[in-house]
Ligand binder design. Structure first.
Ligand code: OOG
Ligand code: NI
Length: 481
């Protein structure tokens, strides 16, 4: 058994990245401080209930990162580096269509998948890959020059990749190799001092500032690192009060009176960071780029495929109501939330019990200690067991992302809308394509949550002496495919 286990590599890598990002983007440190202050307030006002969706220790350490790479080869290397730390690709997000502005990427998230690994450290990284073959964004000529540029760069040194493979194979590393691995991995995501070619960067920026951020430079960097907060509305107000410019709204579900579901996110606007440029005449000058920002998120309960359908239907209904409510005047964030909260309150159960009963959200279950066995064997259907209080639900936290929110976050931090020629056909890129790129299965998030629920029901069935499996309502299929 190697002395440093994969989860320890993951936790230490997250800690080092956080330290690095705080040095590079000082406003991130403010965001982390404010998040911790908000979490302390929630903890002292709500007590144990504040930890319903994770212990305060987990929530305080919890981060997600975002990185962006340029080629399938780079993406495959990223997959090896994360596999070393017990992080595997989950879900497929196509942001090319989800965003109104020009965002020519497809993404997956690398994260731990087993419940005990998530409990140890849930660090996840939203990873986007540039689609240079998509004609809506890149002409054949630009694609060719872009691919030539990207083929010449090396993001990850061979030594890092060798150590990564070793860690994956042996489920960890010895102390010296672990130190070396962590040093090289962190260095690979550090902002480079190498001058940026002004003309090349500007040409890509015309297409998309995301394309320029990825393909306009010779290295990669962490784009943002996101702490988790227990009250994102309070956080938004506190950041605003400190004079930090936030994006217009909180993305995702509204602030409402029911349980937290899925994911709510917001960010401060990308800041101008000093960068060195190589000018057309060969001279080096100093300028600024605005690509990195500070995001914060509040995580809620994972929803089932059925719950997700409701979420999408309500999102469309909210959009429609917002569009018709304004009577010409733009709808503010507060008014939008009011509309959304009203729609939710009418159509979504306001308790965990209701969400579980209607199979809208994921829970594990345990036998209700207050229910006295009366000799009758409980019914084998999940809803009957819940309804007759034989079992008590415990929420499963949403560990993934939301494509519309991701598009919203990308979009509100772009310097310009870029250019997308919608008369061209898109490059056909899907889950199978991404699986071939990363040379691994893309886990379906719903299947992962289903497994956790099923395992707990097997245990509950045993505890209750129910013969045969407890029947879960059939879930609509086809989630990421
Ligand atoms: C990723 C944007 C998506 C999220 O939390 O939804 C994202 C990026 O800007 O590279 O991080
Ligand atoms: Ni993010």
């Amino acid at each position: 058994m190697p002395s440093i286990q994969q989860w320890e590599l993951r936790a230490e890598f997250a800690r080092r990245l956080s330290h690095l990002y705080g040095r590079e983007v000082p406003a991130y440190t403010t965001l982390v401080d404010v998040s911790q202050a908000v979490n302390e307030t929630v903890l002292s006002s709500m007590g144990a209930h504040a930890e319903r969706l994770g212990s305060i220790a987990r929530v305080t350490a919890e981060r997600h990162g975002a990185i962006r790479v340029g080629t399938p080869r780079e993406m495959a290397q990223v997959a090896r580096i994360f596999a070393a730390m017990g992080m595997y690709p989950v879900g497929f997000y196509d942001l090319r269509d989800a965003a109104a502005s020009s965002v020519p990427v497809v993404s997956t998230a690398f994260r731990p998948i087993a419940p005990e690994e998530l409990a140890r450290n849930p660090f996840r990284v939203f990873t986007s890959l540039l689609v240079s073959s998509d004609r809506r964004f890149f002409s054949a000529d630009l694609q060719q020059r872009l691919e030539t540029f990207l083929a010449r760069r090396t993001l990850f040194p061979p030594e890092l990749l060798t150590l990564a493979d070793q860690a994956e194979r042996h489920h960890g590393l010895d102390v010296a190799d672990a130190q070396r691995f962590l040093k090289l991995a962190t260095a690979a995501f550090t902002l480079s001092a190498e001058p940026v070619d002004r003309t090349w960067y500007a040409e890509l920026e015309q297409v998309s500032s995301v394309a320029a951020d990825i393909g306009g430079v010779t290295s990669t960097h962490i784009n943002h690192l996101t702490p988790r907060v227990l009250d994102i509305d309070d956080l938004y107000r506190r950041m605003d009060a400190r004079g930090i410019e936030m994006i217009a709204a909180i993305q995702g579900p509204p602030c409402w009176h029911g349980p937290d579901l899925l994911l709510r996110q917001t960010s401060f606007r990308a800041l101008a960071e000093p960068r060195r440029f190589r000018e057309p005449d060969g001279s080096v000058s100093t300028g600024t780029l605005r690509v990195r920002f500070g995001e914060v998120e509040a995580r809620g309960i994972a929803v089932t495929a059925r719950g997700r359908q409701v979420y999408e239907r309500l999102a469309a209904e909210i959009e429609h109501r917002v569009a018709t409510a304004g009577a010409g005047a733009p709808t503010g964030a507060a008014q939008r939330n009011e509309i959304a909260a009203a729609v939710w309150s009418q159509q979504v159960p306001t308790s965990e019990y209701g969400l579980a009963l209607h199979d809208l959200a994921y829970f594990t279950f345990r036998v209700n200690p207050h229910k006295r066995p009366d000799g009758r064997v409980p019914d084998r259907s999940l809803s009957e067991l819940i309804d007759h209080s034989w079992i008590v639900p415990e929420p499963i936290v949403y560990e993934d992302f939301l494509p519309k929110s991701a598009a919203g976050i990308f979009q509100s931090n772009l310097t310009g809308d870029g250019h997308k020629d919608t008369t061209q056909t898109s490059a056909a890129i899907d889950v199978a394509w991404m699986e071939a790129v990363v040379e691994r299965t893309l886990h379906d998030p719903y299947a992962l949550y289903d497994d956790i629920r099923r395992d707990s029901l097997i245990q509950v069935g045993r505890d209750l002496g129910v013969s045969g499996p407890i029947a879960i309502p059939s879930t609509p299929q086809g989630v990421i495919r």
